[in-house]
Design a binder for this molecule. Structure first.
Ligand SMILES: [Cu+2]
Length: 178
């Protein structure tokens, strides 16, 4: 995860404050504005926004998935799945011999109240796509989050396929799932 004070994400502090107030209202019916997906129970609340899939290079069977996620309480992202892919992995970028590479990790901590970016250093990777993905398609995903007491929660997310050269999440692209 990145530090909320990270200069790379100057908006984070404001978004974090917004997110905290949003999470405080999660008990209310419906989905808070700006959030695409949320899962909650009396003692569990996670919200996801700006989820999108980068359209793969023609002929490629892998595709990156990018999103932001916040948990009200300490938790961890431990997996993902999608019906359009044989498997989905949590990836982390790292430097090896002067080159940026990525590897699968089994657990990404979600510190309480901190919005964690899976848009650069961390991301999801769909592997073994079962069909071509086209720009504008909606890809269903399920995120697997484990809470501090070890219980697993499944969080449904709808990710929109964006062009291969897309690098930023679309402004205000939300897809309420009520
Ligand atoms: Cu990757």
């Amino acid at each position: 995860m990145h530090n909320p004070n990270d200069k790379e994400f100057p908006m984070d502090r404001r978004m974090w404050l917004t997110t905290v107030s949003t999470l405080a209202m999660l008990a209310a019916a419906g989905l808070p504005p700006g959030f695409q997906s949320a899962a909650r129970a009396a003692d569990f609340a996670v919200a996801v926004r700006d989820a999108w899939v980068r359209a793969p290079v023609a002929g490629q069977t892998d595709a990156g998935v990018f999103l932001r996620i916040v948990s009200r309480d300490n938790a961890a992202l431990v997996g993902a799945a999608s019906p359009v892919a044989a498997m989905a992995k949590i990836h982390a970028m790292h430097m090896a011999n002067g080159e940026m590479t990525m590897r699968a990790i089994s657990r990404l901590p979600l510190p309480a109240g901190v919005e964690v970016s899976l848009e650069h250093r961390y991301h999801l990777m769909l592997m073994g796509l079962k069909k071509p993905l086209h720009v504008g398609d909606t890809v269903p995903l399920t995120l697997l989050v484990v809470d501090a007491s070890g219980r697993r929660h499944r969080i449904p997310v709808a990710a929109t396929v964006r062009p291969l050269d897309a690098t930023e999440p679309p402004a205000m692209m939300t897809m309420p799932m009520r």
